[in-house]
Design a protein around this ligand. Structure first.
Ligand SMILES: [Fe+2]
Length: 285
């Protein structure tokens, strides 16, 4: 893990604190998150995937508050979270940080510790990748790292051979050109090589606070790569308004169809509502 001077850590947190109080606090609202919870009670997905940035500057009270929100989203066996760069804003002792969410970050029993985190639910395998690491002030980059990439290669091969629908969760977008170098995934090309070799059925990411639809090459067909907006954003830009995506996955033995339905915050009615759908993957003949 990179080490930075005490001064750099202080200035990074001061900048993050100012960003929150001057700008972000007005846009990211607990009331929108409450509305999202109410909507989830209606749509009732089988499993939730949360792609990071649950805190702003990785303070212990923020981790505790996020743990309370996670508990409201569901029990750890049906909510799979991964950390984002804000959750590693500066280096924090584990017991005052990620450990407070450990059950929500964890793999299924028997899948080992650390990343990738693997959960299998029926025909679907959720594979969580960690790209979060402390960075200098004004940087928001991420990195998978060589060791995690090696493990990921083996995990994707094993789950693919088992005929499961492999859904990757990653905070930073793994597709070049979606964000600036300052906010990018530094080893995106190496991750792209693993996907090209082993394939996956779907990649979900956060970080950009807007919907993005992209793809990466796979061994047989392109892998859909989907970015989701923030879960609590109520700012003036409709493209960045809070939303979540519902994925309907059908199929078995390596043949899957995936459809995405969008549920977005509608300020006019004060709740979440349907905002379109599209087919991401059709089962091969
Ligand atoms: Fe982020």
């Amino acid at each position: 893990m990179p080490l930075f001077s005490l001064e750099a850590v202080r200035s990074k947190r001061v900048l993050g604190w100012l960003s929150w109080h001057l700008r972000r606090r007005r846009r990211y609202r607990p009331a929108v998150l409450e509305a999202l919870l109410a909507d989830l009670a209606q749509t009732a997905p089988d499993h939730l995937a949360i792609t990071g940035d649950l805190t702003q500057i990785a303070l212990e009270p923020e981790f505790r508050e996020a743990a309370a929100w996670l508990a409201r989203f569901g029990s750890p066996d049906r909510v799979h979270a991964i950390p984002g760069n804000h959750d590693a804003y500066v280096a924090v002792p584990s017991e005052r940080g990620w450990q407070l969410w450990s059950e929500y970050l964890a793999s299924d029993r028997g899948e080992g510790d650390g990343y990738p985190s693997v959960r299998v639910r029926g025909e679907i395998a959720l594979v969580g990748i960690c790209t979060a690491q402390p960075t200098p002030p004004l940087a928001a980059t991420g990195r998978v790292g060589r060791d995690q990439l090696t493990r990921l290669d083996g995990v994707l091969e094993r789950l693919g051979a088992a005929g499961l629908c492999r859904v990757l969760l990653i905070h930073h977008p793994p597709v070049a050109g979606l964000t600036s170098r300052r906010r990018s995934l530094r080893d995106a090309p190496a991750l792209g090589e693993v996907l090209r070799r082993r394939g996956a059925e779907l990649v979900l990411h956060g970080h950009l606070h807007r919907t993005t639809l992209a793809s990466l090459p796979g061994p047989e067909r392109p892998v859909p790569v989907i970015g989701v907006p923030s879960a609590s954003h109520a700012g003036p830009d409709p493209a960045r308004c809070a939303a979540y995506h519902l994925y309907d996955i059908e199929g078995s033995r390596g043949r899957f169809a995936i459809r995405r339905r969008v549920r977005a915050w509608d300020p006019a009615i004060g709740r979440f509502a349907a905002r379109g759908s599209n087919e991401l993957l059709s089962a091969p003949d």
